[in-house]
Design a protein around this ligand. Structure first.
Ligand SMILES: Cc1cc2nc3c(=O)[nH]c(=O)nc-3n(C[C@H](O)[C@H](O)[C@H](O)COP(=O)(O)OP(=O)(O)OC[C@H]3O[C@@H](n4cnc5c(N)ncnc54)[C@H](O)[C@@H]3O)c2cc1C
Length: 487
């Protein structure tokens, strides 16, 4: 009689709903993790993200050992393997616990595994843990899902207050009695999959170029980053968060996406710093809490409108836009050689660090979808292939916001001008100089528009790949025509 806790994108020991429940049940607990290279490929998981997960998993294995919890590390080779694995597990264990995912494929997978488990007469316990409130519990008065952020946020806060929810992290648990993996179980598993004793440092065929030192793995690192941010940066967050050279944001997104950190831990730390307040209080802290709720909102959107996880726009009418899917323009954007320094610096930041500042994500996404008029799904995919914090809900939400195809999206006529964004948010070109060293010697006056500069040495920097004025007019005309056809 044992309990299995299946870890997925929740690679932590603390504040883990499924694990805490399993430990309370009192049966010996075994951790489970599945390496699924087919899923990584199918979901365009970035190489840096896969390596980051391995680092986190290795730390998790170490921490679990301290609690006497063995971790089964199984490799899924074929799509049927998962079901076979769970058949075997159901024969040898009694309770399965895991935290829910909200992506449609994952929901379907979990439903089929639940069916196997129940068909074998075993118990299952599933938890809401990746978000603060259960999807489907924050609804309009008419019982519908929200598609606009501010009323969603207000309803979220009302729900927390009216129901007196603490949203505090769960208490830590004591270690279990020493326990080894049952031999009969490991023997039975060898028939259906490969087992690993320890977490590999890298995975064959996965070549990440982002240095590991940028994003050390493990809960201790995540907690340290959270507490440093709360101590030293959160109060200036509202003032600094739009300036990419200032590093004024938390850079916790990789840890949240991998579940090394929970949203409750973040919210709790922010509320403690804000005298317990969820709204109001210090404006920097309130602003950061607002961002955590954007994360929450996009998870709810993903759950309520499954089409957005199936490559469909939220606004279905935008399927009629005739995107200009121009490969050379797209390659120039991907490689950071558009001729627009801020865009190029941002894309190089992504390639070199696996992360991009939020302001820049909006600027490059809008440039790709509005000025290049390239389908947002191309950009969404490229981001997933390169982001260390790649998260379907937030990435899809961000892309559809920028492309004006999504929930609460930017109005189609509000098109960011990349030069003005550059002058406004990187006025002295510090960020551009860091990632485009070939422009480092340019005066501040020309750093945003090197093509206008007559200083020597600039002839090698590419000219802008589009005429910003004409490109904007084209996008406006396309959206206007779409609206006219709809009216
Ligand atoms: C085109 C585009 C693509 C994006 N893709 C992703 C993605 O794949 N993964 C991802 O986590 N975020 C994504 N975002 C949202 C946002 O850019 C990042 O969460 C943020 O830059 C992460 O940096 P940080 O941890 O310093 O954030 P902070 O400013 O410190 O915010 C704290 C946390 O709140 C959440 N958050 C902040 N802003 C948003 C937002 N707009 N939407 C959803 N959650 C938010 C993140 O979990 C973040 O770690 C995307 C935004 C855009 C415009």
């Amino acid at each position: 009689m044992t309990t299995i806790v299946w870890f997925r994108e929740d690679l932590r020991l603390e504040d883990h709903s499924a694990l805490v429940h399993a430990m309370k049940v009192g049966l010996p607990v075994i951790g489970l993790y599945l390496f699924d290279p087919h899923a990584w490929l199918k979901h365009d998981t970035a190489a840096c993200r896969i390596n980051f997960n391995l680092r986190n998993l290795s730390c998790l294995q170490r921490e679990l050992r301290k609690k006497n919890i063995p971790l089964l590390l199984l490799e899924v080779k074929h799509s049927d393997d998962q079901l076979n694995i769970f058949e075997v597990l159901a024969n040898h264990t009694s309770l399965l616990c895991f935290n829910n995912r909200h992506e449609i494929n994952e929901q379907r997978r979990d439903a089929s595994i639940e069916a196997i488990w129940l068909a074998n007469g075993k118990r299952i316990a599933r938890f809401i843990d990746h978000v603060l409130l259960s999807p489907g519990t924050v609804l309009t008065k008419a019982g519908q899902a929200f598609s606009v952020f501010t009323p969603y946020k207000n309803a979220f806060i009302r729900t927390v207050i009216e129901q007196g929810l603490s949203l505090q992290p769960l208490k830590s648990f004591a270690k279990q009695a020493p326990f080894e993996l049952p031999i009969a179980l490991t023997k039975a598993l060898t028939r259906v999959c490969r087992q690993h004793d320890s977490v590999p440092l890298s995975w064959p065929g996965i070549h990440a170029t982002v240095p590991e030192t940028y994003w050390p793995g493990g809960e201790a690192e995540a907690q340290l980053r959270l507490s440093n941010f709360i101590k030293t940066k959160i109060t200036a967050y509202q003032k600094n968060r739009d300036y990419p050279s200032l590093a004024g944001t938390s850079q916790l997104s990789p840890y949240l996406a991998a579940g090394v950190l929970s949203p409750r831990q973040c919210l709790y730390a922010a509320r403690c710093a804000n005298d317990g307040k969820l709204v109001g209080g210090h404006e920097g802290i309130a602003c950061w809490i607002n961002e955590l709720l954007w994360r929450e909102f996009y998870q709810h959107v993903l759950w309520a409108f499954p089409r957005v996880s199936m490559h469909q726009p939220f606004k279905l009418s935008t399927l009629n836009l005739a995107w200009n899917n121009n490969e050379p323009l797209f390659s120039a954007w991907c490689e950071g050689r558009t001729g627009l320094p801020l865009i190029d610096a941002a894309m190089r930041q992504l390639q070199q660090t696996g992360w991009m500042h939020n302001r820049l994500r909006m600027v490059v996404a809008m440039f790709l979808t509005k000025h290049c008029f390239i389908d947002w799904r191309w950009g969404e995919r490229f981001f997933m292939q390169h982001l260390i914090d790649g998260d379907l809900a937030a990435n899809n939400g961000g892309w559809q916001w920028s492309a004006s195809t999504g929930t609460d999206a930017v109005p189609y006529f509000r098109i960011f001008n990349p030069v003005r964004q550059s002058q406004r948010f990187d006025p002295e070109g510090h960020f551009i100089r860091q990632y485009c060293p070939e422009l480092a010697s340019l005066d501040n006056k020309w750093i945003h528009t090197p093509w206008l500069c007559d200083q020597p040495g600039q002839s090698h920097y590419p000219l802008p790949i589009v005429d910003l004025v004409k490109a904007k007019a084209h996008a406006l005309a396309a959206f206007k025509a779409l609206n006219a056809a709809e009216a």
